[in-house]
Design a protein around this ligand. Structure first.
Ligand code: NAD
Length: 489
């Protein structure tokens, strides 16, 4: 069980020091207890100016530091995160509602991205070749300058760790605005970077909500913005940033479909699909949300229900982020019923874990016979709710999958390779799984959806992220006049 930390004040991190934001404070409330566990101070334009100013000052020296030396600091960062992993996990779970195992797994996944960044010193060697007699061309990767990141509540450490290691290792200075619902984790990450030896100004944290994020995007010295959050905000951040001529990659929400075929292994699909929609209490952008049940899959659905029913709140399943979100999920179930669905597993009124009765708890909920295009099919609910849509065949299932605007994940459960291939080819999502409930690619494969789940080009991790966080300078060199007669000689 999670140990709730003592009340802590969450400040801005500028020049490796903690400084209070100029605005009012807001509470940080634990989904486990419904009680205040900390507070953060809202940052205004001057606070952002201070953070960006310190980053600008640090940029010249940091960007000129050899890649090998920057990487050494990031190695230290990894050691510190692993040393403190349990302590950080308790903090991040207390504010986000995750179980201990989920919290730890998220941080470890973030460390995998860090390990990818550590490998750049050996892998990203750029290229140089003779392109004409006595003439060479080469690439030189150059950091952008001061970059920003705005992150959501549901992965307080993993999502920022998608970008912090790569952007810093490439020589950028980085300003992070964490979610106002989960700002406490940023203290641990900033402290770890400071202890690792990161020079003053290279990494900053500004606390706040929408106004703070917008001031950061608008700051004329911010060159690039990585955003992760809901689709409406991702779209507006993309438009706001690109209108100002900035580089923006904005990841949005999701509505992930799973195609379940009668020939699937019932045990494998039972556990895989159940864990996908109940893990992180359904509050992850890769969670299964819609089950496209093709033909007779009754025994598979019983397995899913059996595994989901065995979840224990507070142990194997976490809490919902806010009271309002819990109430929204309960009312969404009512609306689904009004739309013709039946509740075959009801998580409302599931017992709260002992000692955490004030928290925001909701058990797994399965809605059967959901109608395509109803709210339970197309709206991102972001909770442990699985909508089953009955389909006569795989063609109908893929038409339904293709009809949604999101494009994060889609999986198929089958033992038939040709049918799996059909789903892989026809799915509208950017990340596809075969007999995998949460098809998150592992490093070095990159993470990113398509359509309304991502605005901008390339992915947030992996190879294409290198080009997001840097520019390629192309250098063409000749030292002597050449004998051949072409435009380069
Ligand atoms: P959110 O969109 O409410 O907030 C995300 C961040 O945006 C926060 O830091 C918030 O302060 C900031 N923000 C809010 N309004 C803003 C505005 N107008 N301009 C700029 N910034 C603004 O999201 P959330 O509720 O914290 O997180 C859940 C959402 O994130 C879900 O939709 C989920 O699918 C999505 N998500 C997506 C991915 C992905 O990889 N695609 C990963 C994790 C979460």
């Amino acid at each position: 069980m999670i140990e709730i930390p003592k009340m802590s004040d969450c400040l801005n991190f500028v020049n490796n020091q903690w400084v209070k934001g100029s605005g009012e404070f807001s509470p940080v409330v634990s989904p486990y207890t419904g009680k205040e566990i900390g507070r953060f101070y809202h940052s205004d334009k001057n606070d952002i100016d201070q953070a960006v100013g310190s980053a600008l000052k640090a940029f010249h020296s940091w960007s000129k530091t050899p890649l090998k030396e920057r990487t050494r600091i990031m190695f230290n960062f990894r050691d510190i995160l692993l040393r403190d992993i349990d302590k950080i996990t308790h903090i991040k779970c207390s504010e986000s509602g995750k179980t201990f195992n989920e919290g730890k797994a998220g941080l470890l996944k973030g460390i995998e991205v860090l390990e990818f960044a550590l490998s750049l010193q050996n892998l990203d060697t750029m290229g140089k070749m003779e392109v004409s007699r006595g003439v060479s061309c080469e690439y030189r990767r150059r950091p952008l300058g001061v970059v920003a990141s705005i992150t959501p509540f549901n992965f307080p450490a993993m999502v920022p760790m998608w970008t912090i290691p790569i952007a810093l290792t490439l020589g950028n200075c980085y300003v992070w605005k964490p979610s106002e619902k989960t700002p406490l984790t940023s203290i641990a990450i900033a402290e770890a970077l400071k202890e690792a030896g990161l020079p003053e100004g290279v990494f900053s944290v500004v606390q706040g909500s929408r106004e703070c994020a917008e001031a950061l995007i608008d700051h004329p010295k911010i060159k690039a913005i990585a955003f992760v959050g809901s689709t409406a905000v991702a779209k507006s951040v993309y438009q706001r940033g690109t209108t100002l001529g900035k580089r923006v990659l904005a990841l949005g929400g999701a509505k992930n479909h799973i195609v379940l075929l009668p020939d699937a292994n019932p045990e494998l699909s039972g556990v895989g699909i159940s864990n996908s929609f109940t893990g992180c209490a359904g509050q992850r952008c890769m969670a299964a949300s819609v089950l496209l049940a093709v033909g007779d899959v009754e025994k598979h659905i019983s397995e899913i229900k059996k595994t989901a029913s065995s979840q224990t709140l507070g142990e194997s399943m976490g809490a919902i982020i806010t009271k309002e979100q819990k109430e929204f999920l309960e009312s969404a179930t009512e609306r689904a019923v009004a739309d013709g669905a039946s509740v075959i597993l009801d998580g409302r009124n599931a017992p709260a874990p002992k000692g955490f009765e004030g928290g925001y708890w909701l058990g797994p909920t399965i809605l059967d016979n959901v109608k395509p295009q109803s709210e339970a099919h197309i709206k991102e609910l972001f909770g442990p709710v699985l909508s089953i849509i009955r389909c006569k065949d795989i063609t109908e299932a893929m038409e339904i999958e293709n009809s949604i605007s999101y494009g994060n994940a889609c999986s198929v459960f089958t033992s038939n390779g040709a049918l799996a291939e059909k789903v892989i080819e026809q799915a509208s999502a950017g990340m596809v799984g075969v007999n995998v409930g949460v098809p998150v690619p592992r490093e070095p494969f990159s993470f990113g959806g398509i359509n309304d789940s991502k605005f901008g080009h390339g992915d947030i991790t992996g190879e294409t992220s290198l080009n997001f966080w840097s520019d390629l300078k192309k250098v063409t060199t000749k030292w002597e006049k050449q004998s051949d007669n072409n435009w380069m000689s």
